[in-house]
Design a protein around this ligand. Sequence first.
Ligand code: SAH
Length: 259
Amino acid sequence: MSRRPGFPVQLELPSARPELAKKAGALAPAAAGQRRSVPDGVGLDSQAVRSRMVEKLAAQGITDPRVLAAIGAVERHRFVDSALMNQAYEDTSLPIGLGQTISKPNVVARMIELLLGGRNDAAGRLGRVLEIGTGCGYQAAVLSVIATEVYSIERLRALHDKARENLRAFRLANVHLLFGDGMAGYAKGAPYAGIIAAAGGDAVPQPWIDQLAVGGRIVAPTVMADGRQALVVMEKTAREMKQTVLEAVHFVPLKSGIA
Ligand code: SAH
């Protein structure tokens, strides 16, 4: 890979973007004891374990410092069941119950990098973002470092409740968890600077396009004519929607209705 940045990536971040570093340092639960405890000796609370994951992501071609800082900041092990905690910093998807999965860190990083598309406001942040498929809440927490407001919608009540529980101790004032069918988007938060889907449908639903701001981006796994899923990026200009089809991906299906 030709785009590898030099190391140590992690150490360059705080001085490069003090406003993010300040926020990034805060993405652990606000007070110990509010959340189930992490087994002793596992070392998952240490920053080093996340820094290693960030170095791997950078070696795989993730370059946006905001994405690397955000992933380095969020304690992923707090979003998976205790039995899976020791796999939390491996580049793998993991089951979160009800047949759903928390996406691989590499996929989360790649999709958020595409969502940003190099854009930001004066403070280096993306504006309001809508996430379809809250799942365990991990990606919503990562997005909270990058975007001014995060609206995240989940159609399975049990996972919506789990995400609320997982995120409670982090006290992220800019994350809004919603229970409902994300196919309809969430008009009250619109227009969005970005819409990111964690589940793949046959097409990008029209409400997402309608609720996107001009200049905004949608990143969504979508089933192609050959039946395989690919990552689709849509950009809204004043006149049209530009669509780019990228690499193959494997997401759980986007389903309508609630359960
Ligand atoms: N971002 C999540 C990944 C969850 S997997 C995380 O970090 O854990 C995708 C999620 O999308 C599943 O929880 C699934 O229930 C949800 N989903 C599928 N179709 C949906 C829809 N129409 N509206 C809202 N959520 C949906």
